[in-house]
Design a protein. Structure first.
Length: 271
């Protein structure tokens, strides 16, 4: 979840200011990030078990923080720019940044996107998943399948010698080829000691981005297709956090933290 900062991009173009360089990680640092990623995967495994009709998104937040604590990790979302919870929980037409609440109770047929970010020994792991609540419509099922598959299409391009834009193109091609839309206003990102590092990893092809950056061993990125069944536009609710599809169509979000290595992409947030 990274708000694309249009103002910053324009300023960059005007002043020709250099963007921040990506921070390459040493093998020792990647080993810590692997452990952080594994904790994120454990949180997701616990959430997957708990998700059912009748459970509130606050229940899920508490479960997540319990699992993090068990492994000496903390949420890197809590307090980030004032975000008031440990996970993001976004239901149906909500895309990202939904705030867990005891009043948001899951119903049969919902889909829920949960974004989990942890800090462990100074490093971040970041992964999002969309889950079905009970049995869901064929349309929702297809949205989830296309979004998840686009993530793996993108990860396959995350190899040394390719450029960031190859990852972006893979998402866009796959999603639009299936008649759905990739959101423009939120992007993937480099990740390490900070949740959001260079480069921005767009989910579509654009000239005014970090797309030309070469992928090199030691670079770690969060690749995160955010997909809507209708149009790509979004709006933010009055809580100033929850992002929803503008047309009310359903939204899905899948994300992994991926290290570029000499032997190809390594997904750090797998169980
Ligand atoms: Mg992310
Ligand atoms: Mg995330």
């Amino acid at each position: 979840m990274f708000k694309r900062t249009g103002a910053r991009l324009r300023r960059d173009e005007k002043t020709q200011q250099k963007r921040p360089d990506p921070v390459l990680k040493s093998p020792r640092e990647i080993q810590i990030m692997r452990e952080a990623g594994r904790i994120v995967a454990r949180v997701h495994a616990a959430l997957r078990e708990a998700i059912r009709p009748g459970v509130s998104t606050l229940d899920l937040d508490r479960l997540a923080v319990d699992v993090m604590a068990r492994y000496n990790a903390t949420s890197c979302f809590l307090g980030y720019r004032g975000f008031p919870a440990n996970i993001c929980a976004s239901i149906n037409s909500e895309l990202v940044h939904g705030i867990p609440s005891r009043d948001r109770v899951l119903k049969e047929g919902d889909i829920i996107s949960i974004d989990v970010g942890v800090r462990y020994r100074g490093f971040i792991g970041d992964s999002a998943w969309t889950y079905a609540v009970g049995s869901i419509s064929a349309e929702a099922q297809r949205l989830m399948q296309v979004t998840e598959a686009s993530l793996y299409e993108a990860i396959a391009q995350a190899k040394a010698g390719n450029r960031v834009i190859d990852v972006s193109r893979a998402v866009q091609r796959y999603v639009e080829g299936h008649g759905m839309s990739v959101v423009r206003e939120y992007t993937g990102h480099g990740v390490g000691r900070q949740m959001h590092e260079a480069p921005q990893v767009l989910n579509y092809v654009s000239d005014d981005s970090d797309g030309r950056l070469l992928l090199r061993p030691g670079l770690v990125v969060a690749i995160e297709p955010m997909v809507q069944a209708g149009t790509w536009q979004t709006r933010t609710l009055k809580d100033n956090w929850t992002v929803v599809s503008k047309d009310g169509s359903m939204a899905a979000h899948f994300e992994h933290t991926v290290a570029i290595t000499n032997s190809g992409p390594e997904i750090l947030t797998l169980p």
